[in-house]
Design a protein around this ligand. Sequence first.
Ligand code: FE2
Length: 310
Amino acid sequence: MVTHLRHVGLAVPDLEVGIQFYQDLGLESATSQNRAILRCHGHDQDQIVLVEGPKRRLQYICLGSSDERFQALQARIEAEKKIVGPPAEIPGDGIWCLDPDGICLNIVVATPADSLGGPETTAPGEPPAINTPGRFNRIGQRAAPPRGRENRPRRLGHILQFTPDLKKKVWFYTEVLGFLLADRVGDALAFLYCEGGSDHHVMALAASQAPGLHHLSFELGDVDEVGQLGMQMLEKGHRDGWGFGRHVIGSNYFHYIRDPWMGLAELYCDMDYIPAGINWRPRDWPVEDSFYAWGPDMPDDFVTNYEEHH
Ligand SMILES: [Fe+2]
């Protein structure tokens, strides 16, 4: 089974412009040959590998598996005859395979300790001291962050892919790769988590006419960091995607920012967590709950599959 998301490979039309966007978002970049590697501050793990390509496109997704479960996973993928070689110029550890939409997946043996995949592996920092009615956890101190504070994502938390065949895609990610269904919205959306314990969703899938990448989502420390980084991105001239608000499914606070090619980066915090071994019952949510509990009106183009329209 897959235990965690490690990084994604993304092709963009202009490498420098792509690097600048993710640097503005608080990621750190290193270039090697024709690639840019983006990481979260303080963590020795790739989160995005950018390469130059004719248009913005998901090139591959790198997923981690435990050593004990890797062989069984490999056997299931081989049985589906989905094994391929790595894309050109990508160092090829682990298994490379194609999902039902032809999206390239790379699965490597890695321990959650270096995956940033759970609460025990995310740099915790100081918990925010919040005052609520009758409970004063912050006494004699000011809470508002200074205007120019630097806000840096802690990790890549999840991705949302469009798919023309949601049923088949969910089958592959659950039955072959070992993800579990957290929640769904009829035949429109599916949210998948990892069996060993993870955020409410690590992989989310949305029905569309064509495959595509809807968003990459980055975890911030708290509501202030999400709100302030969202505002700072707008001040730097990036386009607003949608937010600030709170989702129903997964419960996370969100602010989406458009990248230079109309893709989305989500800034989030406070997502539901599903631990290993719990009797979690997936719910089929009505469409009216599928987007938000509160926030500004959702822009019409929020659900547009821009990869299909290029
Ligand atoms: Fe998301």
